[in-house]
Design a protein around this ligand. Sequence first.
Ligand code: GLV
Ligand code: MN
Ligand code: MN
Length: 414
Amino acid sequence: MTADIDIDGARLLGRLDQFAEIGATARGGVNRQALTGLDREARSLLAGLAAARGFGVFQDPVANLFIRRSGKDDRAPPLLIGSHLDSQPAGGRFDGALGTLSAFEVLESLEDAGIETERPIEVVAWTNEEGCRFAPGCMGSSAFSAGVIPAAWLELVSTDGAMFGDELKATLEALPQATMRDLGMPVHAYLEVHIEQGPSLEKEDIPIGIVTGIQGTRWLQVEVSGQTAHAGTTALSYRRDPLRAMISALDTLYSTVMPQDESARFTVGRIDVEPGAINAIPELARCTIDIRHPDSLEIDRLNATIEQCFHERAKAQRCEVLFKRSFDMSPANFPEKLLGVLERAADVAGLATKRMVSGAFHDALFVNRIAPSAMIFVPCRDGLSHNEAEYTAPEHVVSGARLLLRSTIGLANG
Ligand code: GLV
Ligand code: MN
Ligand code: MN
């Protein structure tokens, strides 16, 4: 009876276009950062579409948004499917939206076909996956799986000067029609579709990646302090220049960390100085560092190397250096049983698959701490993501959602 059911590919592609208009950038991407007015607009659009189909709409205290389709046994823990709606500042239209809207398409397809499942199914849009406006990333899924919102988050200040506590409150209030529920709940399993964000599926011409696990990530906020002084009158021997110390440390780290270890990732995405005057030596130089590695011991080792290098270079300029860790996510593996479910469903759908480790972090890693979780990757043109040019071809969008539908039916009845 369920063998013939399929997703409505044209509807899903239309929805992706519709959501890409919210925060659309001139270069074809999106800037819809977490907990902004635009993020609220996207959440409202999804909540409105859900209400129009008669699905339940809920949110929790960290503004995770849930769309619920009841099951025959409505007290059973739901199968959760989804991703996020927030984006990078110069982000693509697929990162996050693809998984959220594919999940919503699954609910609509089940509804269209009048198929009842044993368990309820809930679509989730997690809050602040990206972590670029407020760090850390994956706030919604990590608070959900821990059952608590860390008190320190409420005091966080965004890159545009807003307080997390205020933005969270405004986001929750912007959706009065959503029923409020407690943070965290029993979950049967969690599935997330996502663009690969790397080149391997496209290169090997394979439509589906079955994600076996996610490498570790650590974010450091580095602050080097020196002394601001006159650009024209301060001789070299009098200077305590934190920017010079920072640049010297970064130059060494760029030419050692990744060249010496193919699995390591070292990225500086943000640098700023204070007071930021053209004719004054800076008082402060700040940067962010994003470290990734599949082995958590290597992340510790890289962290120590980075700190030592900064301390040496700061000392040479008679500066001080401070490190703050704003995100720390150990690598994790998804359960074999769920990988098998996805592979069998792909087989039935005639979709070739390849097992792979995710280089990007995802909400699924945090949900996996409380319920079996897994991810479906689809190809990404030129491996380009966190870029406005990010693109997944329509046939791959459809294949990912189709596999999600088939896996969802299996898991929601199991
Ligand atoms: C997710 O957006 C990541 O940076 O891996
Ligand atoms: Mn994402
Ligand atoms: Mn992302």
